[in-house]
Design a protein around this ligand. Structure first.
Ligand code: ADP
Ligand code: TRP
Length: 321
């Protein structure tokens, strides 16, 4: 099965990114044909500073590799290293009714938040469709917020195929309901746009500070606590097996538990869990030339697949003459 997904390099990676997307992709590389990329073109819809984008792109790539993505087992590249995707986006835009894009929630939400409604933001789903269709992806793991973009990709592929024959594989979204949304410090979905994240790669002091900011209820120490509506419990559970989770649950149900102690334990657990990844990431970032080589290698593999699609598409549409 060919699986593809991408992540934008538009800020520090957090627990939601790791447990919601990255860990799953890393697991897939063992069994499936995995395509994974850093969506730096997409990040330009929210980021205009070139230096920040370039640094963020290298950091996101180093992070993914440090967390276990294997460039030999998967195809891992930076989106802009294959500008072919832009040609496909243009071709697909001729099969994209305006109404389809006008209905997109994510566009409407961003405009409602005050982001300027430019063409890049509007055409974002067409570029995303090109990412997916260029590699004939069969399955695309995404968060709930991206579900509609997958529908757009399918609609565009169907329209194109109706005109030119079976050129594109129709992608299926994979929206994993088991991967519950990771809550943030304040209990809302962890998201960089809410400023409620616990970031994966930061020094101990900053990490401890974020963990200590997790909001808990005011139940006094001497009373039993309810684990089921506690986001500290939920976040801690991400690092526990079912036995550990049950043990923690029992501690909640027994009077005397101090949230501060649980936070300190969680901090130590997270620190130890991510320490080897942090070290590996530093090593990768210390040698940017080697990192670029890894990314070039990935882009080369991706290009071979993209080339096959584009040869067909250019022929069908009359661009090759
Ligand atoms: P953010 O909300 O911080 O901007 P992104 O939208 O860039 O995060 O998310 C990138 C990937 O990480 C997506 O696949 C998304 O589904 C996943 N993800 C982000 N936040 C969470 C979360 N709180 N819980 C589960 N998955 C998440
Ligand atoms: N839009 C996705 C997000 O913000 C990132 C992305 C870009 C993507 N192209 C993609 C995801 C193609 C899956 C497939 O999370």
């Amino acid at each position: 099965m060919r699986i593809l997904s991408g992540i934008q390099p538009s800020g520090a990676l957090h627990l939601g990114n790791y447990f919601g997307m990255m860990q799953k992709m890393i697991d897939y590389q063992e069994q499936e044909e995995l395509f994974c990329f850093i969506a730096n073109y997409h990040a330009q819809t929210s980021l205009s500073d070139g230096k920040t984008l370039a640094t963020g792109t290298l950091e996101a790539a180093a992070s993914f590799l440090a967390l276990g993505l294997d460039p030999e087992k998967s195809i891992f590249w930076v989106q802009s290293d294959l500008p072919e995707v832009q040609e496909l986006a243009w071709l697909l835009s001729n099969f994209t009714p305006m109404g389809l894009l006008e209905r997109c929630h994510s566009y409407k939400d961003k405009v409602a938040q005050g982001i300027k409604p430019n063409h890049g933001l509007f055409a974002y789903p067409v570029l995303m469709a090109a990412d997916i269709l260029l590699f004939q992806s069969e399955k695309v793991p995404v968060g709930k917020d991206q579900k509609q973009h997958l529908e757009v990709a399918r609609d565009i592929a169907i329209k194109f195929n109706n005109e030119y024959g079976e050129v594109f594989t129709l992608p299926e979204p994979e929206i994993d309901n088991d991967v519950a949304t990771v809550p943030g410090l304040d209990g809302r979905k962890m998201s960089k746009s809410y400023g409620n994240t616990i970031d994966l790669f930061q020094n101990d002091k900053a990490l401890r500070k974020q963990v200590m900011r997790i909001v808990t209820d005011p139940t006094p120490v001497e009373e039993a606590k309810n684990p089921d509506n506690c986001n500290l419990f939920q976040i801690y559970s991400l690092f526990l097996d079912s036995e550990g989770r049950e043990e923690l649950r029992q501690r909640y149900l027994t009077p005397g538990l101090r949230y501060g102690d649980v936070k300190q334990e969680l901090f130590e657990k997270m620190r130890d869990f991510f320490a080897p990844f942090r070290e590996r990431r530093e090593e990768l970032l210390a040698k940017p030339d080697q990192l670029r080589e890894i990314l070039d290698f990935g882009a080369e593999k991706a290009r071979r697949v993209a080339f096959k699609t584009m040869r067909k598409v250019r022929k069908k549409t009359g661009l090759s003459y």
